[in-house]
Design a protein around this ligand. Structure first.
Ligand SMILES: Nc1ncnc2c1ncn2[C@@H]1O[C@H](COP(=O)(O)OP(=O)(O)OP(=O)(O)O)[C@@H](O)[C@H]1O
Ligand SMILES: [Mg+2]
Length: 234
């Protein structure tokens, strides 16, 4: 089966800086694929490059077989890619319900997926009338993911969901992300290797803007030397 997302040697510049120097990866349908690498490796820039927020200068970005490099971010999102950025970026002054409704791409998007979203994140239903700014970090993260599920997305790009969260909240979030794959495909950036290794089927390791290694997550888990070298984790 052809992959849902495929990057072929993308090169991305930010100003004069050559940040990505050949990133390639391939994300199979209904999998969780982890994008790993140390701080500053280029993980966030890779996600932004896919979305057209930092458009790659060369290379290919294919979504469901269609070249999207060069399209505007808005058009790329509209093809069915949801982006859950680092630090969540929810609207603090809007209620939970308003945060969800504002994510609609088509009329009734929220109504169509409301049941699935609240099944995934039952807490959000209870918190519907609170403002984004009143939520805990974990609740904000759940809202950020829920928001990406409102429009009809086939692929979610999720950047560092566990960052700054307590272990018990991380467990809840992991359960939700696991359940997600019956609806969408996930490309996950995650610094917490334990979280990444328990969630992901496949991994891509990048370093200094370049693809280094990839394979089945199960194989990486047993490769302590690589983990130590590139991720500094044990
Ligand atoms: N706006 C910018 N201007 C200049 N350099 C930038 C800019 N944004 C990112 N970079 C650089 O690009 C490189 C990759 O950054 P990126 O944020 O993609 O890394 P990352 O792997 O997501 O790191 P982290 O784990 O810290 O989130 C880093 O060296 C960073 O300093
Ligand atoms: Mg980052």
């Amino acid at each position: 089966m052809s992959p849902l997302l495929e990057l072929n040697s993308i090169h991305t510049f930010i100003g004069q800086f050559h940040i990505l120097e050949g990133i390639s990866l391939s994300v199979p349908v209904n999998s969780i694929t982890a994008l790993l690498g140390r701080n500053g490796a280029g993980k966030t820039t890779t996600l932004k490059s896919i979305m057209g927020l930092t458009p790659p200068r060369t290379g290919n970005v294919k979504f469901d077989g269609v070249e999207v490099r060069g399209r505007r971010a808005f058009d790329i999102a509209a093809m069915g890619i949801g982006y859950v950025p680092e630090h969540r970026a929810i609207f603090r002054d809007l209620t939970v319900l308003e945060n969800l409704k504002i994510a609609e791409r088509k009329k009734n998007d929220f109504a169509k997926r409301e049941e699935m979203i609240f099944k995934l994140f039952p807490d959000l239903k209870r918190l519907m009338k609170l403002h984004g700014g009143q939520l805990s970090g974990g609740q904000q993260q759940m809202l950020a993911i829920a928001r990406a599920l409102v429009p009809e997305n086939r692929l979610l790009l999720i950047d560092e969901p566990s960052e700054g969260l307590a272990p018990v909240i991380i467990e809840q979030l992991m359960d939700a992300i696991r359940f997600l794959t019956s609806h969408v495909t996930v490309l996950l950036v995650e610094q917490n290797f334990r979280v990444a290794s328990q969630l992901a089927d496949y991994y891509y390791l990048i370093d200094d803007g370049r693809s280094v290694q990839n394979g089945a997550m199960q194989d990486l888990v047993n490769d302590r030397a690589t983990i130590q070298k590139y991720l500094g984790a044990k």
